[in-house]
Design a protein around this ligand. Structure first.
Ligand code: FAD
Length: 448
């Protein structure tokens, strides 16, 4: 049995008929086209900047630095790209939908909210620019996003919010009523939805591989198996202790997001990791596919604990994501059963389609649900906390933190002066994630 001939269908997974799961591969679909490579080298002993973490934040920072003549070593605990950056859904937005516009204004004031929302749009434009400028072949496309309303009230609230977004910063969008929603999605599970035509998608594995290639071509080094164990201030710079040898450098950037641990305790206290899981289906017949996703956009819904989906860019497969399975190992089908159930609810026609891949990864949540970048009291730079919307934001923040590090005024952002709150009772907050999630699911189900 190979991954091409699994015998687990969407309905079998949804019903918990796990004995049929022999063909399921517990690995990101994206790794088929962009496999992880094991590093054999040791890090250079001396460099200008050591970067901890080899996801989009770390690589984007590295690329900016090497293009500005700095020597860079990216240090990664696992294989390069092990974290969320090659595990995500590849849906690209501005991050602006994290808060309703009115709520963001209430929280931050009108001027700051406007600046943050404007910069959200710039993040989306920046990744588009970078992919084109660096000529990275990763299926980047401005496909647009359809966000499906789970309840009629959600449709009305979304319409008001889209209106606010247009009035405040000119973002174009349109609403699609339930009666017309088959022009967007071949499902009756929703009450209409909104379309943001400027949102985009890419193949995360190929994007990551392309960034790595450009950095290495420019002389930067990316080393896997090099877990950073300690960072000591050393004269005017730092000494970084890794599992593969020490690195002496002028500056350090922490780019560990959902995989942030106690390495820099003041950052560890500010991030709660939350899991997210995905499945990929096998190939879907052309006519069915055209009916279910007629405009081939990226899709999501309006629940607090939401699911998101899209087609793979290189095949007529569905990539379906949502919350992570809590009480089963991530190499057991039980951990992904709820994703198949949701998929079946939206697309009952896909009951007999095989499920080929299942995987998960860690999102980095902050207390105020806003990403943060800056410098610790010891002078360590960081960019973390994308709260599940990080393809564009990590790329953008990586660039900004690198520019700040070299003293380029183009590194200024609207996020610079935001206080970065710790989680109250951080260890408890980490353990409490499943309970909060369960509570939010109850609220989604009952519209509390
Ligand atoms: C399942 C899933 C689906 C998602 N879907 C989307 C989506 O569709 N759209 C979107 O915009 N965002 C999505 N996201 C979020 C997005 O993927 C992340 O915000 C983004 O990739 C974060 O990039 P990063 O470089 O900051 O962190 P990561 O890519 O997570 O990289 C951090 C790296 O740091 C390494 N590390 C940690 N500690 C150390 C140490 N001490 N020494 C060395 N290395 C260390 C880790 O091994 C890891 O590889 C998703 C996330 C997940 C998990």
């Amino acid at each position: 049995m190979t991954s091409d001939t699994p015998d687990l269908t969407v309905s079998a997974l949804a019903r918990g008929q796990h004995s049929q799961a022999r063909g399921l591969v517990y690995r990101p679909y994206w790794w088929d086209a962009a496999p992880r490579a094991t590093s054999t080298q040791s890090p250079r002993a001396v460099c200008d900047v050591a970067i901890v973490g080899s996801g989009f934040t770390g690589l984007s920072a590295a690329l900016t630095l090497v293009r500005n003549g700095r020597s860079v070593v990216v240090l990664e605990r696992n294989e390069p790209g092990f974290g969320a950056s090659t595990r995500n859904g590849g849906q690209i937005g501005s991050g602006n939908q994290k808060f309703r516009v009115k709520r963001l204004i209430d929280l931050r004031g009108r001027k700051k909210a406007e600046a943050m929302l404007r910069e959200g749009v710039q993040m989306l434009d920046y990744i588009a620019h970078l992919v084109a400028a660096e000529n990275i072949d990763c299926h980047f496309v401005r496909c647009g996003r359809f966000r499906a309303a789970v309840r009629p009230e959600h449709y009305d609230a979304m319409a008001r919010d889209m209106d606010d977004l247009r009035k405040l910063i000119g973002v174009e969008s349109h609403m699609v009523q339930r009666a017309e929603q088959h022009s967007e999605i071949g499902s009756d599970a929703f009450f209409g939805g909104s379309v943001l035509p400027g949102d985009a998608s890419l193949h995360p594995g190929l994007y990551h591989a392309g960034l790595m290639r450009r950095i290495e071509e420019a002389g930067g080094q990316i080393v896997g198996g090099a877990a950073v164990q300690a960072i000591h201030v050393d004269g005017a710079g730092f000494s970084v202790k890794t599992a593969r040898g020490d690195v002496v450098c002028r500056n350090v950037i922490i780019a560990t997001n959902g995989y942030t641990d106690g390495l820099v305790p003041e950052l560890g206290r500010r991030i709660v990791p939350i899991g997210s899981g995905l499945i990929a289906t096998g190939e879907i017949p052309e006519q069915t596919f055209a009916r279910l996703m007629p405009k081939n956009r990226v899709y999501g819904n309006t629940n607090r604990v939401f699911y998101y989906f899209r087609a793979a860019p290189d095949a007529r497969r569905v990539i379906w994501g949502g919350r992570v399975g809590r009480f089963a190992s991530n190499t057991s089908p039980a951990a992904f059963r709820h994703l198949a159930r949701d998929l079946l609810h939206v697309f009952p026609d896909l009951a007999d389609v095989p499920v080929t891949h299942a995987w998960d990864g860690m999102i980095g949540y902050t207390y105020d649900e806003v990403p943060h970048l800056g410098r610790t009291a010891r002078g360590i730079h960081y960019a973390i906390g994308y709260c599940g919307t990080g393809v564009s934001r990590a790329t953008y923040f990586g660039n900004k933190i690198a520019l700040q590090l070299i003293g380029d005024s183009a590194g200024t952002t609207a996020f610079d002066d935001l206080a970065f709150p710790s989680f109250p009772a951080h260890p408890v907050a980490k353990q409490a994630v499943p309970f909060f999630e369960a509570w939010y699911r109850v609220r989604d189900a009952t519209n509390l």
